[in-house]
Design a protein around this ligand. Structure first.
Ligand code: OGA
Ligand code: FE
Length: 356
């Protein structure tokens, strides 16, 4: 049985950072193993090694994407270090003093490739994160149609999930980190090329991970930086326990809704040849040799299943997170300001609900 086996080859083990919390392996199973469906049913993470979900995309190197991704525009993030902390643009505008953790660019795919080559010698790291949309070329459409929709559609139906909402394409430099956060959708996270280390934490670790307030631009993100945790501000982070999966080409990781995850691009032992066509423009011509190694992933975000007609008590950790989010939103709207939420909650709790 391959239960609990970690993927061991392809990446440089020295690119795995050490952290303060204990880590256990996420099961890695074949799509033929019925345990996969039991785990998904129980909202537990699992790596599926042979679903074939994105086999038609395994040829998506940068040269192929350059030829076929079309002339749409792409969101590219820039960071002064290796962390790419997400923030909500609208809420950031409303905030008086919010230092933006990353810069946002909107560029053509060719410009992204140029940035990859030119930024090699600068401090700024970049990370492309773009929803696949109708601007992609014919060949990509064909590959997309050839995804294993039978397999993923069967799970979607069995689980009663809502529709597929989007597929995010992620192309990042080795060493890039998406800091720990949770999403409000079910996710089949699929690795196309290179290796990623995914650290997951169950939703019952809400208090260990100290998410920003719901109205904050960094809603859903943890305030804790794993590489230098501030235990004075976040003492319960000492109780955090992670589950880990290292995913490589063809692997699919199920990230259940509300599960915390941090995603780290590892160093490949044998970076692939991107077969890049030379740029026809007047700027510096590029060959694959000028392109630093990247990782390529695409995710499948599904809307949650609707709430069951009768709720079972005690409610699940996921449902508790949902309840807390709703209370924070309700208070902000009832008080006309998100700044008043904390004070009101303290007034309600202090000396009343937190007495022994
Ligand atoms: C996700 C996610 C981050 C990454 O797919 O939900 O957080 O860097 N991905 O791949
Ligand atoms: Fe995510």
């Amino acid at each position: 049985m391959s239960y609990g086996k970690r993927r061991r080859t392809g990446y440089d083990p020295a690119s795995i950072q050490e952290y303060t919390f204990p880590i256990e392996n996420i099961p890695r199973l074949s799509a033929r193993d019925p345990e996969v469906y039991r785990l998904i049913q129980a909202s537990r993470p699992v790596v599926i090694s042979d679903s074939g979900l994105i086999n038609s995309a395994l040829k998506w190197n940068l040269g192929y994407l350059q030829e076929n991704l079309g002339d749409g525009s792409f969101h590219v993030y820039g960071s002064k270090d290796n962390r790419f902390k997400y923030y909500d643009e609208k809420r950031a505008k409303q905030c008086k003093s919010f230092p933006k953790p990353v810069k946002r660019y909107e560029v053509s795919f060719n410009d992204f490739l140029k940035m990859l080559m030119e930024k090699k010698n600068t401090r700024e790291r970049i990370y492309l994160q773009q929803m696949l949309n109708e601007s992609v070329g014919q060949e990509i459409v064909k590959d997309y149609v050839d995804f294993n929709w039978d397999w993923v559609g069967r799970i979607q139906n069995e689980q009663g999930w809502g529709p597929l909402s989007s597929n995010l394409l992620l192309i990042g430099l080795e060493g890039n980190i998406t800091p720990v956060h949770y999403d409000e959708q079910e996710n089949f996270f699929s690795q196309i090329s290179g290796y990623k280390r995914c650290l997951l934490f169950s939703p019952d670790q809400f208090e260990n991970l100290y998410p920003h307030p719901v109205a904050h631009p960094c809603d859903r993100q943890s305030q804790v930086d794993f590489s230098k945790p501030d235990f004075e501000r976040f003492p319960k982070f000492r109780n955090a326990r992670a589950m880990e999966a290292i995913v490589g080409p063809g692997d699919v990781l199920y990230i259940p809704m509300y599960w915390w995850h941090q995603v780290e691009s590892l160093k490949s032992l044998s970076p692939i040849d991107h077969k890049l066509r030379d740029f026809s423009t007047t700027t510096s011509s590029g060959s694959s040799g000028d392109i630093p190694p990247v990782t390529v992933s695409v995710n499948f975000w599904y809307r949650a299943a609707p709430l069951p007609a009768t709720v079972k008590f005690p409610i699940s950790a996921q449902q508790r997170v949902s309840v807390m989010r709703n209370i924070e939103k309700l208070l902000a709207s009832a008080l006309g300001s998100a700044d008043e939420v904390g004070k009101l909650l303290s007034t309600m709790v202090d000396g009343r609900y937190n007495e022994e």
